[in-house]
Design a protein around this ligand. Structure first.
Ligand code: S3P
Length: 179
């Protein structure tokens, strides 16, 4: 693994990638980008609108283009990825072995408490069994998150400061080794 001056955060919806990533970037004085926000900025519409007009397949194409563009930016950056980024083999190729990858994990139980039926997350909106849907996504994706990650942080205890301290500690020790 080479750092490549980027730290890529992957993991399920509601794990805390965006809040931990913003805080990490501020601490390192690196740039921060969230692929969902970057995608919305590129298209000028929100994620539910993209899903409604182009389906998940359209969203995934745009997500891939966004990730490629954001990773190509030469700045030092923390990149928080949408939870489904890992399902696309092209995305995995862009990330694997190139950057420091952190898997931010959370249990399905905690996900339900955090995101419920969030209106901005179409994959969990129109389901009559949220727990089953989240478990299905976890089953499909867990091995992919684990396969890409250099570091794993569990946010299930719901203690942001502890999770952040652990993240910073792990990241700083990897950055030191790279020097
Ligand atoms: C998705 C996760 C979302 C967003 C989209 C699809 C997924 O990002 O990209 O709704 O497939 O898990 P977050 O992980 O930031 O919620």
């Amino acid at each position: 693994m080479t750092i490549g001056r980027k730290i890529v955060l992957i993991g399920p919806m509601g794990a805390g990638k965006t809040s931990l990533g913003k805080r990490l970037a501020a601490r390192l004085r690196w740039d921060f980008v969230d692929t969902d926000h970057a995608l919305c900025a590129r298209t000028g519409v929100d994620i539910p609108t993209i899903f409604a007009q182009e389906g998940e397949a359209g969203f995934r194409k745009r997500e891939h283009a966004t990730l490629a563009a954001e990773l190509a930016d030469p700045r030092e950056r923390v990149v928080a990825c949408g939870g489904g980024i890992v399902i696309n083999a092209g995305n995995r190729r862009l990330i694997a072995g190139q950057f420091l990858v952190v898997f931010i994990d959370v249990s399905v139980h905690r996900q339900i408490l955090r995101i419920g039926r969030d209106r901005n997350r179409p994959l969990v909106q129109n389901t009559d069994n949220l727990q089953a849907k989240l478990e299905q996504l976890r089953d499909e994706r867990l091995g992919l998150y684990e396969g890409l990650a250099d570091i794993r942080i569990d946010t299930d205890n719901n203690h942001f400061t502890n999770s952040f301290k652990q993240l910073l500690h792990e990241v700083e020790s990897r950055l030191r080794h790279e020097r």
